[in-house]
Design a protein around this ligand. Sequence first.
Ligand SMILES: Cc1cc2nc3c(=O)[nH]c(=O)nc-3n(C[C@H](O)[C@H](O)[C@H](O)COP(=O)(O)OP(=O)(O)OC[C@H]3O[C@@H](n4cnc5c(N)ncnc54)[C@H](O)[C@@H]3O)c2cc1C
Length: 379
Amino acid sequence: MITIVGAGPAGSYLGHLLARRGKNVTILEEHSQIGSPVQCTGIVTHSIERFFRLKREVIAKRLDKVIVVSKNNRMTANVDEIVMWRDKFDMFVGEMARDAGAKILLNHQFTGFDGKNMIIAKDKKNNKTKKIKTDIIIGADGPYSAVAKAAGMGSNSRNYIGMQAKVKLKMDTTAFETHFGSDFPDFFGWAVPESEEVARIGIGCFKNARHYFYKFLEKRAGSRNTLCWESGLIPLYHPKRLIQKDNVYLIGDAAAQVKATTGGGIIPSLKAAHTLCDCIANNKSYSKEFKRHSGMELLLHLKIRNMLNRFSDKDYDGLLSLMDQEKVRRTLKKYDRDTPIPLMASLLIKEPRFLLFSKIIFARKQNSPITQIRRSALI
Ligand SMILES: Cc1cc2nc3c(=O)[nH]c(=O)nc-3n(C[C@H](O)[C@H](O)[C@H](O)COP(=O)(O)OP(=O)(O)OC[C@H]3O[C@@H](n4cnc5c(N)ncnc54)[C@H](O)[C@@H]3O)c2cc1C
């Protein structure tokens, strides 16, 4: 018997894969309904279609452009992105798990362990405490993971505060925007259309999130146009995060399996589900296999994030100037952020001056006067 805590995309997709392999799977979900409340922008690259074909009802929009904005510059690139109705997406993956034979217990909140093979869960509807016997426990319970805490796998990763609102806003419905610079410290801001009338506006920040968010909201949409809030935590990937201990495994946000450049965690969690399913079925080490299949990619995202977090407004302006070339745009269209290794390699071959940015960071770290020379060479 395998118990998965959390019917988000990570838990349900893993439940689907394990049940398809004939495993006896139970998924516990603390809410009365899968997919609610929504705390996500729901934008993914078309790479999601490597995992499954999305039902039409799940897709809010397909976008073919990204507009990248810095303090004094902007550029547009062609992309292939899908904006999903996140609640419908979670329900869709939950249905996949059920169809494969997994049992989903709604209103069931994991509260702790009673020994190695016993889970304690609260049946919230009937206000009862239950003990569930299990061989394997999987924490797919998001960034606050109660499973991780109860198993003594406390997090060493930091979290961004992701503030997002749905707003009444008419914007180009074929494009989404990303905003960078000192008004978006340590991360970025976004505006993503979900329909002709409504957009999702958000930012991520380590601190002072409200201040930066309201500034952006006011500027981009006007704060009186807010329809609802969809904020939450976005874990920053940590390569040394403990994801396996005895018969307890962590996946998705609970394991901080998120792209540090964008905060995207949906596709990494689907990929991790394949790795974990294979490890359980074939008795392999999940920590090792995860590193092998996803570790390099997530580490590359983290390195890029660390580099971007040292950029000044002028650096971002310069970066956008380099990106605003046909050969770069073609590469951005060919490879998406879910294949970062070929994307970065191809970008550096097409435009070696991108490398100068790592030198800027190095020079700035050393406090060297070369910084200014390098920067003026780029802009
Ligand atoms: C503002 C914001 C915008 C984002 N935008 C994007 C985006 O555009 N694209 C993208 O790819 N990612 C985005 N993300 C990240 C994405 O939402 C997560 O990476 C993704 O939801 C991770 O899935 P998960 O299944 O691991 O966790 P979750 O989706 O958090 O699911 C965890 C599930 O566990 C349940 N649960 C929690 N505790 C318990 C318990 N004790 N007992 C039982 N059940 C429990 C919860 O109810 C929930 O259903 C965004 C995040 C935020 C905050």
